[in-house]
Design a protein around this ligand. Structure first.
Ligand SMILES: Nc1ncnc2c1ncn2[C@@H]1O[C@H](COP(=O)(O)OP(=O)(O)OP(=O)(O)O)[C@@H](O)[C@H]1O
Ligand SMILES: [Mg+2]
Length: 386
């Protein structure tokens, strides 16, 4: 018996007016032409599991144009029985509200009862792989921080809380810095924010460092196997301003000391620029191929293989760490990979066993060989089984 999502329902989510479908365990392939709703469907699943969309700028974008309410529901099956997860979105401010940026109230449900959003995190761990991810090595550090935080929040509830608190403090502190910059106010006010920034920031950084320490050997092993032993991959957490050679401690107190020190050193600059320049919101996840920074020295192919290896590491780490099997969402990735890497990815998934539920979207039928898969066609916001 596999585990994962069985029945899935969407209501007014993006271009889906109303959808009800039954996913299979193992591979599910969703084929359709461009702009039919393939990515939207994966986004719906991810939004339910993560309680927010991994790609929308604002939750208002998720509501079907012209509608006031949207819903996503999934029945999860697992070894311990089944469980119903739900997400409700409701536009605030009535019809006059800005259709794309207006306020939207979110509610997460378990067994039809509202629960705090954090309760949902990790119930159905999802590993996402979008075509954009293939550029992760070359992208800005924010994309790589997001890569870490998405996994972290699903595996470590306390870290998810710390991250939320850190973001709030950061926002408030930035607002205060701007005010102080404009009108030389009372700098003493900053003290309380500094203290909170350091406290939550140190916990966030420590949790991310622990995560990277867990991911790194898995990513290295995946790289060795994907490259046929030719290339070596190292993942390394790099705190902003940290010297390259520094391995970095994941001791919270040590991190807090460094953060506090860095804050003091850059106080004048922060006031001048009206923005917080120190903290984990500026850190990075470094990819090193054969010991060198991959973004500047690795070839395109090596960079893509490194991302693939990191994604497999995320999947395997989530499997080790979570009591629930992760769900893999592959949006259009196979068509973006050359046939050899595509086959390697599928081969690596075979090693995970048939129990791993995977949703694959593609514009063409992907080459799955003799693998069993449930197949669907996506057209105009409707899905039909084949
Ligand atoms: N809030 C919304 N309400 C209604 N339709 C929307 C909304 N947001 C996006 N769409 C529409 O959904 C369509 C399908 O988008 P989606 O990204 O899922 O396509 P896709 O099948 O993944 O296509 P591609 O193969 O090009 O990636 C888009 O053309 C877009 O116009
Ligand atoms: Mg798409």
């Amino acid at each position: 018996m596999g585990s994962g999502i069985g029945r899935l329902r969407l209501y007014n989510f993006r271009n889906y007016a109303s959808l009800e479908m039954e996913l299979g365990p193992g591979l599910n392939v969703l084929v359709g032409e461009n702009a039919q709703g393939k990515s939207n469907l994966l986004e719906a699943v991810a939004t339910l599991a993560l309680t927010r969309s991994p790609r929308a700028g604002s939750p208002a974008e998720l509501l079907r144009w012209g509608s006031e309410e949207a819903a996503v529901d999934a029945e999860l099956t697992g070894p311990a029985g089944s469980e119903k997860l739900g997400l409700r979105l409701r536009r605030q401010g009535g019809a006059a509200a800005d259709a794309l940026r207006g306020r939207v109230a979110r509610a997460s449900l378990i067994a039809d009862r509202p629960v705090p959003a954090r309760t949902i995190l990790g119930r159905c761990p999802v590993i996402l792989f979008w075509p954009d991810d293939l550029q992760l090595v070359k992208a800005g550090p924010d994309a790589r921080r997001r890569q870490l935080d998405t996994l972290l929040c699903q595996l470590d509830v306390l870290a998810a809380d710390e991250l939320a608190r850190y973001r709030r403090v950061l926002e408030q502190r930035n607002a205060l810095l701007r005010r102080l910059g404009e009108s030389a106010g009372d700098h003493g006010e900053l003290g309380a924010f500094d203290e909170a920034l350091v406290r939550h920031g140190a916990r966030v950084q420590a949790a991310r460092r622990r995560l990277v320490r867990g991911l790194a050997p898995l990513a290295a092993a995946a790289m060795t196997s994907l490259s046929g032993g030719r290339d070596e991959l190292q993942l390394r957490y790099r705190a902003h301003g940290e010297p390259e050679t520094d391995g970095g401690s994941d001791d919270e107190e040590e991190i807090a000391r460094r953060l506090a020190e860095a804050l003091r050193a850059r106080r004048a600059e922060e006031l001048g620029r009206g923005i917080t320049l120190v903290g984990p919101h500026r850190d990075d996840l470094e990819y090193l191929v054969d010991g060198r920074a991959a973004r500047s020295t690795a070839s395109q192919g090596q960079q893509r293989t490194a991302v693939l290896a990191a994604k497999l590491a995320e999947l395997r780490y989530a499997r080790e760490r979570s009591r629930r099997l992760p769900l893999l969402l592959l949006d259009d990735v196979l068509s973006e990979l050359d046939p050899r890497r595509g086959a390697q990815l599928l081969g690596s998934l075979d090693e995970e066993g048939d129990l791993l539920q995977t949703l694959i979207t593609s514009t063409d039928q992907p080459a799955l060989g003799s693998r069993a898969a449930r197949r669907f066609v996506v057209r105009h916001g409707m899905v039909t089984g084949l």
